[in-house]
Write a protein that binds this ligand. Structure first.
Ligand code: ADP
Ligand code: ADP
Length: 229
C-alpha cells in the first residue's frame, strides 16, 4: 500500500464575484510510496498548494479520489487527517505563544493524551530546545519554520507534507532545514515536499513529480528524470 494514492483528481475553483472559473487540477494521478522522500516540482500557479490543501482537508475537491495511508478522504476524513502533518507556506504564528505552549495546544487539539506527549523530544528534534519558552515573536524566520515543522509532528503522523518550505529562506537556513527533514525521513517519516527549485528537489528527493498547469507531466525516480532534463 502507498502512503498517498491520488487518482483522477480535479479541482475547479468557482469564479465568485465575477471572476472566471479556474481549473487548478485537471485529473492528477500520483502514488507516493511509503518511506519515500517525494518532490512535487512546478512553477508558481501549477496547482501544488491546491493539491496539498485538498489532502489536508482545507479545500474541497471537484472529482477524483485521494487515499492517505489507506484512508479515503471522503469516507474516513479523520483517519486521513491523523495520518498527515502539514507545514504551511506562511509563517503565521501567534507572537505571544511560546513553542512549548504551541505544541501543547496542538497536542490537545489532536487529543494526544498528556502521558504520550513528546514536546521536549520534538523541540530537540528541530533544534529549538533552548527556545522552548521564548515568545514566537522573538524567533527568527528559520526558527519559526522549524517550529511549524514541530507543530505538524505533534500527533506523530507517518506522512509530513511541506509546502515550499524554503521559499524566501536564506541559503544557510535552507541547508539546516534540509538536514532536519532528511533526518525525519531517515527515521521513517514519508515526506512530500513542494518546491519550484529544481535544485531543492534534486538534493532531497528520491522521486520527483513535475506539475504544470494542473497536470502531472512526469513522475519517476530522480535519477532517470534528471537524465532526461
Ligand atoms: P470550495 O472549496 O467550497 O469549492 P472555492 O475554493 O471554489 O470553494 O472558493 C474559493 C473562492 O475564494 C474562489 O472562488 C475565489 O473567489 C476566492 N479566492 C480565494 N483565494 C483566491 C486566490 N488565490 N485566487 C483567486 N481567488 C481566490
Ligand atoms: P501553486 O501552489 O503551484 O503556486 P496553486 O495551487 O496555488 O498553485 O494555484 C493553482 C491555480 O489556481 C492558480 O492559477 C491560482 O491562481 C488558482 N487559485 C488558487 N487558489 C484559488 C482560489 N481559492 N480561487 C480561485 N483560484 C485559485
Amino acid at each position: 500500500d502507498n502512503a498517498i494514492e491520488i487518482d483522477g483528481l480535479t479541482k475547479t475553483y468557482r469564479g465568485r464575484f465575477g471572476q472566471k472559473e479556474k481549473r487548478a487540477l485537471k485529473g492528477v494521478s500520483l502514488s507516493v510510496p511509503r518511506g519515500s522522500f517525494f518532490g512535487l516540482l512546478g512553477p508558481n500557479g501549477a496547482g501544488k498548494s491546491t493539491l496539498i490543501n485538498i489532502m489536508a482537508g482545507l479545500v474541497t475537491k471537484t472529482a477524483g479520489t485521494v487515499r492517505i495511508w489507506g484512508a479515503d478522504i471522503d469516507r474516513d476524513e479523520r483517519g486521513a487527517r491523523l495520518a498527515i502533518g502539514v507545514v504551511p507556506q506562511e509563517l503565521n504564528l501567534d507572537p505571544f505563544f511560546t513553542p512549548r505552549e504551541l505544541l501543547e495546544v496542538q497536542a490537545g487539539l489532536y487529543g494526544v493524551p498528556k502521558a504520550e506527549r513528546r514536546t521536549d523530544e520534538i523541540l530537540a528534534l528541530v533544534g529549538l530546545s533552548d527556545k522552548a519558552d521564548a515568545y514566537a515573536r522573538t524567533l527568527s524566520g528559520g526558527m519559526r519554520r522549524r517550529l511549524l515543522v514541530a507543530k505538524a509532528m505533534v500527533h506523530a503522523p507517518p506522512i509530513l507534507v511541506l509546502d515550499e518550505p524554503t521559499a524566501g529562506v536564506d541559503i544557510e537556513l535552507r541547508q539546516q532545514l534540509w538536514e532536519q527533514v532528511k533526518e525525519l525521513n531517515r527515521r521513517g517519516t514519508t515526506i512530500l515536499l513542494t518546491t519550484h527549485y529544481l535544485e531543492e528537489a534534486q538534493e532531497l528527493c528520491d522521486r520527483i513529480a513535475i506539475i504544470n498547469h494542473g497536470d502531472v507531466v512526469a513522475c519517476e525516480p530522480k535519477d532517470t528524470l534528471l537524465k532526461r532534463l
